[in-house]
Design a protein around this ligand. Structure first.
Ligand SMILES: [Zn+2]
Length: 309
């Protein structure tokens, strides 16, 4: 059957799905049932599409407003593991490395593994991946490399992102529209989000050709929000139609592309594709054309205070 499809559909594209800000994130307060729904819908879609996803945890999101561990939220993390998925460390409180002294940042990383490290060890697994909040990796090579040594000493490998995007902006708009029962607006956000993500994926496929010289296993950044819970099934179908299958992070990182030199120390939390390109001196014009989040989404997202990344 496959031989009848165009070549572009049979090239065996591969993608890792990474989900940040577990157990769940929103610009608005989340109820226990909303957290549960986000988790249930994501895990069901991952199972349906055989997605070996990895979730990156902010352990401060596991505590309730009194400062006590919420067993229900710990239970949500256990469900990720029970579904055969992996968990990684995304710090305790989501600090920005560019605004946080390195010792405090490193303490936040260790505080962020108190629950998940034993949870993984009890299963015979190990905690092996770290994702920088905001993808900020340090404003000097000294800070950047010092943190990399700290991470290695604690058994962590950095989880890069090659397909960066504004999912959190769409999610903020979505949560706000849903909170005022604007179902038509929420439907429009879902449709525009999927259209946007398909254009983003197409853009980074082009960047892979221009920067790596070939397709390679891409790593997509998403967040554990209601929008992704409600749309991941459709996103997976869309990606499958483009020829993708989903692979675990460790397999993607085995690709030589992930050993390209990276000496990026700029202010923007950007795709690793662009870090490799800037390190090599690729003209910035090559990096242009990244799809933009529509203005009305930005406005709807900013209708209150706070964003997440
Ligand atoms: Zn995050």
């Amino acid at each position: 059957m496959l031989v009848l499809l165009p070549v572009s559909r049979t090239t065996g594209r591969e993608m890792v799905i990474t989900v940040d800000d577990l157990p769940a994130v929103s610009v608005l307060p989340l109820s226990p049932s909303q957290r549960d729904a986000i988790t249930s819908r994501l895990l069901r879609a991952f199972e349906d599409h055989r997605v070996p996803a990895i979730g990156f945890v902010n352990e401060n999101k596991v505590y309730d407003s009194t400062g006590a561990v919420d067993p229900a939220r710990v239970g949500l993390l256990r469900r990720w593991l029970a579904a055969g998925l992996e968990l990684g460390n995304h710090t305790w409180s989501h600090p920005n490395l560019d605004r946080t002294p390195l010792p405090a940042y490193e303490a936040d990383i260790l505080r962020g593994e108190r629950i998940i490290r034993p949870m993984l060890q009890a299963r015979g697994d190990s905690l092996r991946y770290f994702r920088h909040p905001f993808l900020n990796t340090g404003r000097s090579l000294a800070v950047r490399d010092s943190l990399l040594r700290f991470l290695a000493a604690h058994g962590y490998q950095v989880a890069p992102v090659t397909i960066d995007n504004g999912d959190y902006l769409f999610a903020a708009a979505y949560d706000r529209l849903r909170s005022v029962a604007d179902s038509a607006g929420a439907r429009r956000v879902r449709a525009e989000y999927l259209d946007y993500l398909e254009r983003v994926v197409g853009y980074y496929e082009g960047q892979a050709g221009a920067i790596v010289g070939r397709p390679f296993p891409q790593i997509l950044l998403l967040h554990a929000n209601r929008l992704n819970a409600d749309t991941f099934d459709q996103l997976a179908l869309l990606l499958e139609r483009r020829g993708y299958r989903f692979i675990p992070l460790n397999r993607a990182l085995g690709d030589p592309a992930y050993r390209l030199p990276d000496r990026y120390d700029g202010p923007a939390g950007i795709s690793w594709l662009h870090r490799w390109a800037l390190t090599r001196g690729v003209p910035r014009s090559v990096l242009g054309g990244e799809p933009q989040v529509p203005g009305w989404i930005n406005q709807a997202a900013a209708a209150g205070a706070g964003t997440s990344s």
